[in-house]
Ligand binder design. Structure first.
Ligand code: DX5
Ligand code: ZN
Length: 543
């Protein structure tokens, strides 16, 4: 089944919000490790990888999801709630007497397979479950999420040896490699990498224990999905996916800070955390903007640059004068990278081929409002949905977002606001697009839109912050990234520009919600250079 990128991203964000809400209500719990594994659990539960049925948690043929790092229970519960195992409001009962949602998972909670109390034993349990499935001739898989802190336990390595001995290829372990355990960094408590090369030693250890090893960025759902699919296809040995993650990911003051291993957020700041989670930015370099005919090489260059999506501009020589390529080329390109494809169709009669682009591997497929009306867009949307692709609608500079699109907003995943005349990269950003984007964002806000606005055309480090402030949360960047000598550095500068605006927006949000006292509390949570920047912003807001 294709991954359903938009759903994964949206549901993972929703689950993170529930973690913040639940742990704040409980006054205790483990947000750091819940956030580091949010995409791991999300890809399994929402990405179509895990065979499961929230309406029938005991379904015999289900795949088994074992959370060995049980202290991250809020992350598991939140994702189970979003998946539909129980009502999201139950998160408010986290850790209270009588609740099914305790500090560690237990079997009273639907969807929980294993009581992850004491750490270090989930992999042993999982090896047993995988062997049992083999004895029963059952086809289900076992997925075990383990922590890098718990791999200090000798039992983990005993389980690793046993799994290799019995060749349990129906078992996938996923190591949440956030490099922080209870009190400090893993490499200072008990080095998992050492003495191997930095960042590689853990992989070498697992290989030495006879496992198939796949390394992946644990926060990129496309790559994780591909890694887990490859793991399931591997025969003869168990696979461990070493997912490189960041503890506290997506909440800046928690990121990489051991303090947030087991500490709940203050309920006052939860709405600001929720706003922060809504403000994550995706950078989507436009693959054709570098001018190279080697699209596979350009796709890999996007990946190495740290792109969240690859923006693919399809032009047909009719809707726009230029012509690029068709869906067959996109399908071939799909093999070059697991980075999700953001396919921008600048074509006439998109109803004839939008689905083909989804089937070719488009994770979000965007058609132009100038090329379709309400009814044809409805058809396109249904077709894209059936292929689990995100649904996008683009408006060219001369076009306002049509009223029918606002009515359809709840079923749209992406709105592209073009800031150049469609047809070629390297043009200058049209300044009036700022106001237009802000207007569209305001219209969509009241219309049940839970998708993303993407700014496209002439976007780079110098105006990315402004685009973010307008309401764009995805940035299609052509020449500013693919034409830059160092694409990775360019993406970094674009991200930093957006992050600076995000900080400003959140300081403002704190002021709106709780005045100077809450601003001070919010700023005080941050450290280092970020704290200094926030203090300047807070002073400017008060002045
Ligand atoms: C324009 C395309 C854009 C463009 C982006 O027709 O839709 O995606 O290539 O490139 P820059 O950022 O160079 O405008
Ligand atoms: Zn584009």
């Amino acid at each position: 089944m294709p991954p359903d990128y938009c759903r994964m991203v949206r549901d993972v964000r929703r689950a993170r919000k529930l973690v913040a809400r639940g742990t704040a209500a409980a006054g205790s719990g483990h947000p750091g490790g819940s956030f580091s594994m949010a995409e791991i659990v999300g890809v399994l539960l929402f990405g179509g990888l895990l065979r499961h049925d929230p309406g029938n948690p005991d379904w015999e043929e289900r795949d088994r999801l074992v959370l060995s790092k049980g202290h991250a229970a809020p992350g598991l519960f939140a994702s189970l709630a979003v998946a539909g195992y129980f009502d999201e409001s139950e998160m408010d009962t986290l850790r209270s007497l009588g609740s099914r949602l305790q500090g560690h998972p237990d079997l009273r909670c639907p969807g929980v397979e294993f009581c992850g109390g004491s750490l270090g034993i989930g992999l042993s349990f999982s090896v047993g479950a995988a062997l049992a499935a083999r004895l029963d001739g059952a086809a289900h898989r076992v997925y075990a999420i383990i922590g890098d802190g718990e791999t200090d336990e000798g039992q983990v390595w005993e389980a690793a040896m046993a799994a290799a001995k019995y060749g349990t290829d129906n078992l996938t372990a996923i190591l949440d490699r956030n490099c922080i355990q209870q009190d400090s960094h893993t490499e200072s408590v008990m080095p998992l990498d050492g003495p191997g090369p930095p960042g590689r030693g853990a992989a070498d250890k697992w290989r030495a224990f006879g496992w198939n090893v796949i390394e992946a960025d644990g926060h990129r759902v496309g790559q994780l999905h591909a890694a887990l699919r490859a793991a399931a296809a591997h025969r003869g040995a168990p696979t461990v996916v070493i997912a490189r993650t960041v503890k506290g990911r997506a909440v800046e003051h928690m990121e990489g800070n051991p303090k947030w291993h087991g500490k709940a957020p203050d309920p006052d700041v939860v709405p600001i955390i929720e706003a922060e989670l809504d403000c994550q930015v995706a950078v989507a370099p436009s693959i054709t903007a570098g001018g190279s005919p080697d699209l596979e090489g350009e796709a890999r260059r996007c990946e190495e640059a740290g792109a969240d999506l690859v923006h693919i501009d399809v032009m047909d020589g009719e809707f726009v004068p230029a012509r690029t390529f068709g869906h067959e080329r996109v399908a071939r390109l799909r093999r070059a990278t697991a980075v999700p494809f953001d396919v921008h169709l600048m074509i006439a009669r998109p109803e004839k081929s939008a689905l083909l682009y989804a089937e070719a591997g488009g994770d979000v497929v965007t058609v132009h409002a100038e090329a379709c009306g309400e009814d044809t867009f409805g058809e396109i949307r249904d077709a894209l949905r059936s292929a689990r692709a995100g649904v996008g609608l683009a408006v060219s500079p001369g076009t306002e977002l049509p009223e029918w699109a606002v009515r359809a907003a709840p079923s749209i995943d992406q709105v592209i606001v073009m800031s150049v005349v469609p047809g070629r990269s390297g043009q200058k950003y049209m300044e009036e697009a700022h106001g237009k984007t802000a207007r569209i964002a305001a219209r969509l806000r009241g219309a049940g839109f839970s998708g993303t606005i993407e700014a496209d055309g002439g976007v780079g480090p110098e105006n990315a912050g402004r685009c973010f402030a307008d309401g764009a949360r995805a940035l299609a960047c052509g020449s500013s990234v693919m034409g830059a000598p160092d694409a990775r550095a360019a993406v970094g500068r674009i991200r930093e520009a957006a992050a600076a605006e995000r900080r400003r927006l959140l300081v403002r949000e704190a002021g709106r919600l709780g005045g100077p006292a809450l601003v001070e509390k919010w700023v005080g949570l941050h450290g280092g250079g970020c704290r200094a920047a926030l203090e300047v912003m807070a002073a400017a807001e008060v002045a």
